[in-house]
Design a protein around this ligand. Structure first.
Ligand code: PLP
Length: 366
C-alpha cells in the first residue's frame, strides 16, 4: 500500500508541538488575528525572503486580493496557463478582469512563454504564472517580458512552498506571490488558509485592508473590503509545520530523484522536465504516461494511489466554454489525458518508491 497523502501520519510525527500550539490558542481565546497570526506572517516572510506577508483565508482569495490590491483597470486581460487548478482563473474573473489562457509546454508542463507572448494585447495588464506541481517557472524570461510590456506579475505559489528559481524563493520575483495552505498542500493547515507575500509595502497594506473590511481601525473603514483573514489556530499550526518544511521538501526531492532514475529507461513514461539549477518543491510528481487510465487502474489494484492534475484543461471546462473560440485548441487539452501524479511526500519510503517504479515497469513490461 502506497498512499498518495498521509496527513494523520504527519500529525503523529509532530503531535506534541502541534497539540501545545493549539492548546495555547484555545486557552488564550484569541482566535482571529493577534500574536499567532503576526508571528506566522513574520516567520513566513523570513522563510520566503520577502519583506511582507499578509495572511488570508485561503489560496484563492490570496490571488483575488493581490489582483485587487494592484488596482488594474477593470476588465483588463490577465493571462493564466491552460493547465492549473480553476482557482487561478476564477480569481481573475472575481476581481473584475478577463481571463486569457496561454498554452503550456509539453515538457516542463508550465506556461509556454512563446505562446504567452502571442496572447498579449494592449488590454493585457498582468500575467499569473503558476509554479505548477512545485516546479519553478523561468522567472528570467517572465520578468523580461513583463518589463518589456509593462505587465504586473503574480506568482501562484499554491503548490510551490520552498521552491526556488536559481537560488531565490519563488513568490519573491513578481509583484506578489500567493500561497495556499489547504491541508493537502506541502505546507498545509488544519483547514483553509492562505497568504500573500510581496516586497511592496503599499501593496501589502492594501491587501491587508481588503482582507479585513477596508479597516483602518476597529470601526473606521477607508473603503469596502471583505472578510478573508487567517485564523489564529491555522497560523499556530502553520508556524509549527514551517519548522519542518525544508526537511519534508528534501524528503520529497529524494523520492523524486529515485523516480527519475528508476523510470529513465521506461519510454512510455516521461517525467516533468525542469531547470536543474533550481529547487523543485515537488508538491506533486507528475509524469506523462501512455495508456494513462489503464496504468492508473493497474497501480490501484496493487494498492498504489495516484492522482490526476488535472483531468480537464481549464479552457475545456464548462465554466470557460464562452471564452474559447470554435476550433481553438491547446496543447494542454491533449496533455490532460496523459498526466499522472505518483505518490510523493515524507511518508513515501525508498521501498515504497521502488514498489511504484517496479509496478510502472511491470505494467509496460519494460
Ligand atoms: C490549491 C490551489 C489554489 C487555491 O488554493 P485554496 O487554498 O484551495 O483556495 C490556487 N492555485 C493552485 C495552482 C492550487 O493548486
Amino acid at each position: 500500500m502506497v498512499k498518495f497523502l498521509d496527513l494523520p501520519g504527519q500529525y503523529e510525527s509532530i503531535r506534541r508541538e502541534i497539540d501545545e500550539a493549539i492548546h495555547h490558542i484555545v486557552s488564550t481565546g484569541s482566535f482571529v488575528g493577534g500574536a499567532a497570526v503576526r508571528d506566522f506572517e513574520a516567520a513566513f516572510s523570513e522563510y520566503q525572503n520577502t519583506d511582507h506577508c499578509v495572511g488570508v483565508a485561503n489560496g484563492t482569495d490570496a490571488i483575488e486580493i493581490a489582483l485587487e490590491g494592484l488596482r488594474l483597470p477593470k476588465g483588463s486581460e490577465i493571462v493564466v496557463p491552460a493547465n492549473s487548478f480553476i482557482a487561478t482563473s476564477e480569481a481573475v474573473t472575481r476581481a473584475g478582469h478577463r481571463v486569457v489562457f496561454c498554452d503550456v509546454d509539453p515538457f516542463t508542463l508550465l506556461m509556454d512563454i512563446k505562446d504567452l507572448r502571442e496572447r498579449l494585447t494592449s488590454a493585457t495588464a498582468a500575467v499569473i504564472c503558476v509554479h505548477l506541481y512545485g516546479s519553478p517557472c523561468d522567472m528570467g524570461e517572465i520578468l523580461d517580458l513583463a518589463r518589456e510590456r509593462n505587465l504586473r506579475v503574480i506568482e501562484d505559489c499554491a503548490q510551490a512552498h520552498g521552491a526556488e528559481w536559481r537560488g531565490q524563493r519563488v513568490g519573491s520575483f513578481g509583484d506578489a506571490g500567493t500561497f495556499s495552505f489547504y491541508p493537502g498542500k506541502t505546507l498545509g493547515a488544519f483547514g483553509d488558509a492562505g497568504a500573500i507575500v510581496t516586497g511592496s509595502p503599499e501593496l501589502a497594506s492594501r491587501c491587508r485592508m481588503i482582507a479585513n473590511h477596508g479597516r483602518v481601525s476597529k470601526y473606521d473603514h477607508e473603503f469596502e473590503g471583505r472578510n478573508s483573514r487567517l485564523d489564529s489556530l491555522q497560523a499556530a499550526v502553520l508556524q509549527v509545520k514551517l519548522r519542518h518544511l525544508d526537511g519534508w521538501i528534501d524528503a520529497r526531492n529524494d523520492v523524486a530523484a529515485q523516480y527519475r532514475s528508476g523510470l529513465r529507461e521506461c519510454e512510455q513514461v516521461s517525467v516533468q522536465q525542469f531547470d536543474d539549477q533550481s529547487r523543485h518543491g515537488y508538491h506533486l510528481f507528475v509524469v506523462r504516461a501512455q495508456r494513462r487510465d489503464e496504468l492508473r487502474s493497474f497501480l490501484h489494484a496493487r494498492g498504489i494511489e495516484t492522482g490526476i492534475h488535472y483531468p480537464i484543461s481549464l479552457p475545456r471546462l464548462a465554466a470557460y466554454a464562452h471564452l474559447v473560440r470554435a476550433g481553438e485548441s491547446f496543447m494542454a487539452d491533449g496533455l490532460a489525458g496523459e498526466l499522472l501524479s505518483l505518490p510523493i511526500g515524507e511518508h513515501v519510503s525508498a521501498n515504497d518508491a521502488e514498489e511504484v517504479i517496479d509496478s510502472v515497469r511491470d505494467f509496460y513490461h519494460s
